[in-house]
Design a protein around this ligand. Structure first.
Ligand SMILES: [Zn+2]
Length: 497
């Protein structure tokens, strides 16, 4: 104690002397002129900087000293002898040194060294809550899963490290693919820290994978409550979950609940196409075609989509082509320039055998650069309907073979293409990532095929071209006035035929 006071006094004296010295130099400073060649300068600014540095140093020393003083007071209140205190401090210092070296080793990817340092730090420090984490992470880095798991399990026993332990084991289970255990661990971790964003996301993903839609909606609400999710994203995701719930209920055949869930999903997010389609079908089942039409029109206003058109067609399955064309008018007028509207218009006119009108609707799309397969096959059907030469029809179909397939449900996360909308990507397992758009590249690969097409079809093929009969499947398809394409992109499957 006395010694500390003495030290403080000595430092105060030193600082005072330094300040006085600096003041002295400052005062007489301008007299000192340094001359280098013809250049000379008065050093007062330099002195000022030195003074500032000295002051900073003094403050730093004082702070250190205060810390030491506090430590001394604590030691005096303890019951250990001065000798062992000194020794402990020494041990502690070595322990922390080992710990910091271990952390550095971990960060620089030297897992084995980090493990050694962690053991050393544990021996000196005796603070398992610090060293276990280093041990676990170092063990993970060198691929020693068993040691890592032991370290994480040991962390479960301490309240301060329990969450980290659960999270560590959870990550291991996820890596092993044991999602059942992972789900339980995620629920446990979530109950400990409901505001932890990563845990919310992990739990949500696991719940969605396990089709626990009710649990997932609760997690989603927690995300909203803790401010980690914008409100409109929450609305949409909640709708996706409600929709998934509805799908499940429909699979179980409980129609009334299914209707309610579908309508609920649609109410939460009126522009979510699958929700609108499902809600419309529920209304059709209930014998409320007006409600069904309204739901479809609302979603169509936001975004025209073939699934919506198909559901709209189901409202009156028995009507003839002319009546259907008339009934579709509100949809067709909503976005007249939209590609989907144009294709739908063309298909309705095709069904009605009004080929010039169909041509008018589809021609801008079919003749455009990068026209998709659907537009080109409709064009082929129009040509066939108008009685054009076979080689013209075949030329359109040949182009359709090589053309991009148009918008589809594509995962934003991994670019996987899904045949039908689903809440979870079947490839990467991401939740609510499917969007209706063009796939990033033409996914049709015909081994050694497409270059052969001009040889088979030819730019101006002869009518009696024998090889052209290889395209007979397409001819048949055209004779039925049925566009050859992926059924997923086509709205009229149950439609106006
Ligand atoms: Zn994906």
């Amino acid at each position: 104690m006395l010694w500390s006071v003495l030290k403080i006094l000595i430092f105060v004296v030193i600082v005072a002397a330094l300040a006085m010295g600096a003041g002295y130099i400052m005062e007489y400073g301008p007299d000192v002129v340094l001359r280098v060649g013809s250049y000379e300068f008065a050093p007062s600014p330099l002195i000022a900087i030195i003074c500032a540095l000295v002051l900073l140093l003094a403050v730093w020393l004082l702070l250190k000293l205060a810390g030491l003083l506090v430590a001394v007071v604590r030691f005096l209140n303890g019951d250990e002898t001065a000798m062992s205190r000194y020794f402990d401090r020494h041990r502690e210092k070595r322990g922390y040194d080992a710990l910091s070296e271990g952390m550095m080793a971990l960060a620089s990817g030297e897992g084995q060294l980090a493990l050694t340092k962690a053991h050393r730090a544990e021996r000196y420090l005796g603070k398992p809550e610090l060293t276990r984490l280093l041990t676990a992470q170092a063990a993970e880095q060198v691929g020693d899963r068993k040691t890592a798991e032991e370290a994480y399990k040991a962390m479960l026993t301490d309240d301060r490290t329990r969450f980290v332990g659960v999270r560590g084991i959870l990550k291991q289970k996820l890596a092993e693919g044991d999602t059942d255990t992972a789900l339980k661990l995620a629920e446990k971790a979530f109950s400990m820290k409901p505001g932890h964003e990563e845990m919310q996301d992990t739990l949500l993903k696991l719940q969605a994978e396990h089709s626990d839609w009710e649990g997932a909606r609760k997690t989603l609400n927690a995300k909203l409550k803790h401010g980690t999710l914008p409100r409109e994203v929450h609305r949409r995701r909640d709708a996706v979950l409600a929709l998934s719930e509805a799908k499940e209920v429909i699979a179980e055949g409980q129609t009334i609940e299914a209707r309610e869930s579908a309508i609920e999903a649609n109410r939460l997010s009126p522009d979510l196409i699958p929700a609108a389609v499902m809600a419309a079908r529920s209304y059709i089942e209930q014998g409320k075609p007006k409600y069904a039409a309204r739901v479809i029109r609302k979603a169509w206003d936001v975004r025209p989509h073939p699934d919506l058109a198909a559901a709209f067609a189901e409202i009156a399955p028995a009507e003839n082509a002319a009546a259907r064309l008339k009934r579709f008018q509100p949809l067709l007028k909503a976005h007249p320039e939209n590609d989907e509207t144009r294709l739908l218009t063309a298909e309705l006119h095709l069904a009605n055998e009004d080929f010039p009108a169909a041509r008018k609707a589809v021609a801008p799309l079919a003749s455009a650069e990068g026209a998709n397969a659907r537009a080109l096959t409709i064009m082929a059907a129009v040509e066939r309907g108008e009685g054009s030469d076979d080689h013209i029809v075949r030329a359109w179909l040949a182009r359709a073979l090589a053309a991009p397939r148009g918008p589809q449900w594509v995962c934003d996360n991994c670019q996987n293409i899904e045949g039908a909308w689903a809440p979870i990507c079947s490839n990467c397992g991401a939740f609510d990532t499917l969007t209706w758009r063009e796939p990033p590249m033409a996914e049709v690969a015909m081994p050694g095929g497409l270059e052969m097409l001009p040889l088979i079809v030819g730019p101006t093929p002869k009518p009696e071209d024998e090889e052209a009969s290889t395209l007979v499947i397409h001819k048949d398809a055209v004779e039925d006035a049925e566009p050859v394409e992926d059924p997923d992109t086509k709205p009229e499957d149950e439609g106006p035929k």
